[in-house]
Structures are given as C-alpha cells and as structure tokens.
Design a binder for this molecule. Structure first.
Ligand code: B12
Length: 205
C-alpha cells in the first residue's frame, strides 16, 4: 500500500515501517508530500460524508507517526541564525499538523521557533510579542470560521501599539493571499516550504 493510502486509511501500525523503507530511496520532502496527500484524501472523504471525525483522527495520527520519522531528516544541515518566529493556531481552532510542518521547516532553515500551540487567544500573541520579541508571528487557521480570528490578533497588536514591531504571516488551507491583504497581514504562504523563503524576503535576507 502507498504511503498516501496508509495515511488515508489510518493504518497507524503500518506507517512506521513503510516510512523507514521509503526513506532508503526517496527524498524526505517527497515522502512528506505523500503523507500530506493521504491526509487530503481523508479530508475529502470526510467532506463527502464517507468518513467520520474518528476516521479523520485516525488518519491524522497515522500522518503524525510517519512525520516523526521523517522530521529529523528534513533540514538536516546546521544553518546560521535567521531570526525568531512565534507560531500558533488561532483561538477556536485545534488543527496543528500544518503549523507543525511550518515549525519543522523554519527550525531546519535556522530560525528560533516559539510554538504557542493550538487554540491561542489573541492576547497570548500580544504577550509573546512583548516578552519574546519575535521578528515574525505566524498564524495558522484551518476553519473558515476561525480564520477571522487572525484579524483579531492584528487588531489586538495595533491596540497595544505593537503592530509595527513584528511582521505577520498567515497560512492554512482556507487562507489566501487576498484574505491576508484584506486583514492587513504582511504576507501569506500556501505551504511550509514557501513559508521559509517568503519569511526571509520579508526580513530582507
Ligand atoms: C486532520 C484534520 C482534523 C484533525 C486535526 C488533527 C490535528 N492535530 O491537526 C481533527 C480530527 C482533530 C479535526 C477536527 C475538526 N475538523 Co478537521 N480536518 C483535518 C483535515 C483532514 C486535514 C488538515 C491537515 O492537517 N492538512 C494537512 C496540512 C499539512 O495542511 P494545512 O494544515 O493546510 O497546512 C499547510 C498550509 O496550509 C500551510 N500552513 C498552515 N498553517 C500555516 C501557518 C503559517 C504561518 C504559514 C505561513 C503556512 C501555514 O503550510 C502547511 C504545510 O504545507 C482537513 C481536510 C483537508 N483536506 O485539509 C479537515 C478540515 C480542516 N476539518 C474540518 C472540520 C469541519 C473539522 C471539525 C469542525 C469537525 C467537527 N465537526 O468536529 C473539527 C474542528 C475542531 C476545531 N475546533 O478546530 C473542515 C473545515 C471546513 C472549513 N472550511 O471550515 C475540513 C476542511 C474538512 C472538510 N473538508 O470538511 N480535523
């Protein structure tokens, strides 16, 4: 069974061995893409009503197990320090697979990453800007309802006179370039790989 199919079907006990085998002759980034594809297929089945939340959780768990093995191989080489980024999934949203992938890529590229986790209230981002002084805040949202929280975070930063001290990047499946512009974010990235190069440009590096 392909890696993508194993994730889609939630074959959590088979994924570890399959990824270890795949690593022998496939690029880690290609394996990551296959694992992501399996999640997408599971998501489509959920949308069509064929899968229930429990099936999606099983697929997500299988994805995570596969990523545990591949993670150390993404961005193996030590890089020079590039900056500090604070990441979090906005309030009301518990999806973190994409955010964690973004985290892996930023760490691999030489960024210091502070992960605020999931369901993060806008004030937590404000506090983090005050205390951690990041160069960038990366906001993630996977629901059309919670992506509206991103604007709340930007407003809260403005209220606290902190907006000009930090760049804001947004991402997540329902988010778009246009949406990012409409809420006053500095940038949008469609995936984890592009997120790093866009961040570097944003910081003038
Ligand atoms: C896995 C999953 C879950 C898991 C989450 C597990 C976890 N730990 O994350 C569980 C089962 C818990 C779950 C729950 C729910 N889910 Co869900 N879930 C998914 C699923 C199948 C995959 C999401 C995913 O991980 N994709 C893979 C990652 C790698 O992609 P990604 O997140 O988009 O991230 C990439 C980019 O977007 C970008 N990116 C992401 N974040 C960021 C941040 C920054 C700063 C940047 C630059 C880039 C970036 O880079 C990432 C990597 O390349 C999607 C369907 C789908 N096809 O997307 C539904 C989906 C997102 N879920 C959905 C729904 C409805 C729900 C529930 C409400 C279901 C329910 N009735 O309870 C709950 C919500 C709970 C909550 N309050 O958040 C809907 C959302 C519909 C909508 N448009 O609003 C979707 C689209 C399914 C569907 N087709 O209906 N879900």
């Amino acid at each position: 069974m392909s890696l993508s199919k194993l994730v889609e079907e939630g074959e959590v006990y088979a994924i570890e061995e399959a990824v270890i085998e795949a690593v022998k002759n496939t690029e880690p980034i290609k394996i990551t893409e296959e694992l992501i594809n399996g999640l997408k297929l599971a998501g489509e089945k959920f949308k069509s009503g064929e899968y229930f939340v429990v099936d999606m959780m099983q697929a997500a768990e299988t994805f995570k197990e596969g990523m545990k093995i591949i993670k150390p191989k993404l961005g193996d080489t030590k890089k020079e320090y590039k900056g500090k980024i604070v990441l979090g999934t906005v309030q009301g949203d518990i999806h973190d697979i994409g955010k964690n992938l973004v985290l892996t890529m930023f760490e691999g590229a030489g960024f210091e990453v502070i992960d605020l986790g999931i369901d993060v209230h806008k004030n937590e981002f404000v506090e983090s800007v005050k205390n951690d002084k990041p160069d960038i805040i990366g906001l993630s949202a996977l629901l059309t309802t919670t992506m509206l929280e991103m604007e709340g975070v930007i407003q809260a930063l403005k209220t606290n006179n902190l907006r000009n001290q930090v760049k804001i990047m947004v991402g997540g499946a329902p988010v778009s370039e246009r949406f990012a512009q409409s809420i006053g974010a500095d940038s949008y990235a469609p995936n984890a790989t592009e997120a790093v190069s866009i961040a570097l440009k944003l910081l003038g590096k």
